[in-house]
Design a protein around this ligand. Structure first.
Ligand code: GUN
Ligand code: ZN
Length: 437
């Protein structure tokens, strides 16, 4: 039984898009979070729980639910920060060659361990992840997540065309691999299987049909893919599937859209597409750092809200340039500012914690500090480095002559200036993994 003392911040509901008020926000300064032997949160209290608990005193620091990254590529840590001339060039020049190496089980195992340790080191305790086309890379990722007790959604990448040798599967072989992986890993530990179509351009219609059949055959599977990220890509998919109304419609026609579908990017969608996302319950993973780095475009989050479909936040490493969800949220804010709208820190943080958990159907387990939730939690320094420390002191009212600011101002500065250097400790299901300690 452990007790962690810190300023506890999470959400009990959906905060207002722009509001700095505390609707839906739960802030419990200088409280103890109590975690039972089963790794679940028991509650929180201001009083010291006493010597029966293994106490971790982080007073003066911030504790949040671990971040949930809803779209990230394990093998792409090898190519993070590689400058391509847009998505399709970047895939051919850097990404596909890097992914081919993960056919080797030793490379896959080493990559999976390094990737999950890096996620934890950045304060991310749950993720929806692409490995590679190779069955062994999915195996390695599931095994590494289980060893760490992490909540993971992943699946072998499907791609049977328009990819180089060594990176293509075929419909029958891929179906066998998926069935094997589902039987071995779906629901084992904290793993869930996602039917993982790389994107419409790298799967034949027969493979997309097989992916749809898998989803119908096995209740509870996730689906992950990319959609409408880049204008050249959208044009290409239009040529490959002339019968479809839109890029998104390709997935719809093959039975791939449902409330467990996570589609990355969704920049170049229209009102019909957004209505289809709403009606099917599918969500878009907004990947601001990747969209900026690859020059893909500015996601219209406001239009998503207006049309009623769900949005979560994602790093999309290696198109994205950091695994830090704080950096990702800060980039998300700037992208929205360029679109003329400014989400609050609450909106951003909610989308990467409770909001993501709800969108994934995992709110009974992760994304908040309610009693009964898994203790996937992270302790952060409010500020690191002189400018951030000074800014935090101003927010706290600790600088003579300046009035204290509201909680939103302090949290906004933490979010905007923070990164993995602020991360002090992490627990996964109440345990502090060696690499995350
Ligand atoms: N579209 C298809 N594959 C990828 C990928 O690996 N990264 C990104 N950002 N977009 C893709
Ligand atoms: Zn991606």
């Amino acid at each position: 039984m452990i007790a962690i003392r810190a300023d506890l911040l999470d959400f009990t509901g959906v905060p207002a898009w722009q509001g700095t008020g505390l609707d839906g926000v739960r802030f419990r300064p200088d409280h103890w979070l109590l975690v039972g032997r089963d790794g679940r949160i028991q509650g929180a209290q201001a009083e010291d729980p006493g010597p029966g608990w293994q106490r971790h005193d982080h007073r003066g620091r911030l504790l949040t639910p671990g971040f949930i990254d809803t779209h990230v590529h394990c093998p792409q840590l090898d190519v993070i920060a590689s400058p391509g001339a847009g998505l399709l060039d970047w895939l051919q020049t850097y990404t596909f060659p890097a992914e081919r190496r993960h056919a080797d089980p030793a490379v896959a195992a080493d990559g999976a361990a390094r990737f999950l340790d890096a996620l934890l080191a950045h304060g991310t305790t749950a993720a929806v992840v692409f490995p590679t086309v190779h069955k062994t890379s999915a195996e390695a990722l599931f095994a590494a997540a289980q060893a760490r007790g992490m909540r993971l959604v992943a699946g072998k990448v499907l791609m049977d065309r328009h990819a180089p040798d060594g990176l293509r599967d075929d419909v029958a072989g891929a179906e066998r691999d998926c069935e094997d992986l589902i039987a071995r890993w779906h629901g084992r530990g904290r793993n869930a299987y996602a039917v993982t179509v790389r994107f419409a351009a790298t799967s034949t219609p027969a493979q997309l049909a097989m992916a749809g059949a898998l989803l119908r055959r096995h209740a509870g599977l996730y689906m992950q893919t990319h959609v409408a990220e880049n204008r050249d890509e959208v044009r290409w998919v239009g040529e490959l599937f002339p019968e479809a109304r839109s890029y998104l419609d390709v997935y719809h026609r093959h039975g791939l859209l449902n409330p467990r579908a996570v589609l990355a990017h969704g920049i170049w969608l229209d009102a019909h597409d957004r209505a289809l996302l709403r009606d099917t319950g599918a969500q878009i993973a907004f990947c601001p750092s990747s969209n900026l780095f690859l020059g893909s475009g500015l996601f219209d989050w406001q239009a998503a809200i207006d049309s009623g479909h769900r949005v979560s936040l994602a790093s999309d490493v290696g198109g994205g340039t950091s695994l830090s969800m704080l950096r990702t949220l800060a980039e998300g804010y700037k992208v929205q500012a360029l679109r003329g709208t400014r989400p609050s820190a609450w909106t951003l943080l909610h989308a990467a914690t409770r909001g993501a958990a709800e969108s994934l159907g995992l709110a009974q387990e992760i994304g908040h500090l309610d009693a009964g939730a898994m203790a996937d939690v992270v302790v952060w320094d409010w500020a690191v480095g002189q400018p951030a420390l000074h800014r935090d002191a101003i927010a706290r009212g600790a600088v003579a002559g300046l009035a204290p600011q509201d909680l939103h101002a302090r949290v906004f500065a933490w979010l905007m200036l923070g990164d993995e250097r602020n991360r002090i400790a992490a627990w996964v299901a109440g345990r502090s993994p060696a690499a995350a300690a």
